[in-house]
Design a protein. Structure first.
Lengths: 177, 128
C-alpha cells in the first residue's frame, strides 16, 4: 500500500500547481543545476517573456538569500531552506521561500521588509539606485540589493517571521503576474 | 586581449584595446571571482586617449552583478573624464522592460561617456 503522506504530497503539489519546489541545503552549485530547468518550466508556461523573467529574477535572489543568510547546516555550512514556484488562480506566479534565520537578524530583516512593502515602484527604483551608489550595508554578504530587487519585480509580497521550537523562521511570498 | 565564452551564468566577454563586449546572462556563482579578471583586463587594456566602445547585451543580471556593472561604468566615467572618448551601447530586447529600465538607470549616471540605449529585435530562431 502506498504511504498516504506520499500521495498527499503529490496531490498537494498538483492542486497548488507547483512548477518547482526544493527543500534542503542550498549551494551555488545546486542553484546552477536547478536554474535551467526552472527557466525551462517558466518559458513553457503561457506567461509572456517579461513575466517569466521577473519570476526567475525573484527566484534567483531568494535562492541566494537562503545560500547566504539562512541558518547554516552545521556539517556543510550550506544554507537550508525551501523554495517553490507555483501558478496562482489568476495564472500568475507565486514564489515562496522559507528559511530559518538567526534571531539577532530578526529586527533588521523585519524593518527592511516592512519599509520595502510600503514603497511604490518609483520609490523602489530610487532606493535601488541609491543603494548601488552607497554600497552594501553592514552585515550584507551581497550588494544589499536583493530584497529591493525582489520588491521591484513582484506585484506584491507578504512576509512573516514565525516562531518555532528551533528558532525564528522567515517566510516570504511574492506574486508576479 | 581577453576572451571568455559564455556560460549558463556568465556572459560572453571580449576585451581588447578598442572594444569591450559582453553578451548573455550575468548571475555568477561568485561575483568577485567573475569581476576581478574583467576589471584587471580593463585596467591593463583600455587606453588613455583615442576612443573606446562598450557593447553590452544582457538578458538577465542579478543584484550582486548590478554592483559590478556600477563599478564597471564608474571605471569608464573616470577614463572618459580624463580624455578618452567612450561610447557605451546598452542593447536590450524590444520586449524586455527590465533591461531597458536597468539601462536607463545606468545611463543617468553617465556624464562623460556617451551612453546609448539600443533596442534590438528578438531573433526568431533563438530561444532564450
Amino acid at each position: 500500500m502506498i504511504n498516504d503522506e506520499t500521495l498527499e504530497l503529490h496531490k498537494f503539489m498538483q492542486t497548488r500547481r507547483t512548477l518547482f519546489c526544493y527543500s534542503g541545503p542550498l549551494s551555488e552549485d545546486l542553484l546552477t543545476s536547478i536554474s535551467n530547468p526552472v527557466r525551462q518550466q517558466l518559458s513553457e508556461s503561457d506567461s509572456d517573456e517579461g513575466v517569466a523573467k521577473r519570476v526567475f529574477g525573484v527566484f534567483i535572489e531568494q535562492a541566494q538569500n537562503i545560500i547566504r543568510y539562512a541558518t547554516l547546516r552545521a556539517d556543510t555550512g550550506e544554507g537550508v531552506g525551501t523554495i517553490a514556484i507555483s501558478v496562482t488562480e489568476d495564472d500568475g506566479f507565486l514564489i515562496e521561500a522559507v528559511n530559518a534565520i538567526d534571531s539577532t537578524k530578526r529586527t533588521a530583516l523585519e524593518s527592511t521588509l516592512l519599509e520595502l512593502s510600503m514603497k511604490d515602484a518609483k520609490e523602489l527604483r530610487k532606493m535601488y539606485k541609491e543603494r548601488l551608489r552607497s554600497g552594501p550595508p553592514e552585515g550584507s554578504k551581497g550588494a544589499g540589493l536583493g530584497f529591493i530587487e525582489m520588491a521591484r519585480r513582484v506585484q506584491r509580497f507578504e512576509f512573516e517571521i514565525a516562531d518555532t521550537e528551533s528558532g525564528p523562521v522567515f517566510v516570504y511570498r511574492g506574486y508576479v503576474s | 586581449m581577453m576572451e571568455q565564452a559564455a556560460t549558463q551564468r556568465t556572459p560572453l566577454i571580449e576585451i581588447n584595446e578598442a572594444v569591450c563586449r559582453m553578451v548573455g546572462e550575468c548571475y555568477p556563482e561568485n561575483i568577485q571571482e567573475f569581476s576581478a579578471p574583467v576589471m584587471e583586463s580593463l585596467r591593463s587594456m583600455v587606453p588613455e586617449t583615442g576612443s573606446f566602445t562598450v557593447e553590452l547585451e544582457l538578458f538577465y543580471f542579478n543584484s550582486s552583478s548590478a554592483k559590478f556593472f556600477f563599478d564597471f561604468f564608474e571605471f569608464f566615467e573616470e577614463k572618459a573624464a580624463a580624455g578618452l572618448t567612450v561610447k557605451i551601447n546598452w542593447n536590450y530586447r524590444a520586449d524586455d522592460d527590465t533591461m531597458l529600465e536597468a539601462g536607463e538607470d545606468f545611463s543617468e549616471d553617465a556624464e562623460s561617456c556617451q551612453f546609448e540605449l539600443v533596442e534590438v529585435e528578438v531573433p526568431n530562431d533563438v530561444e532564450s
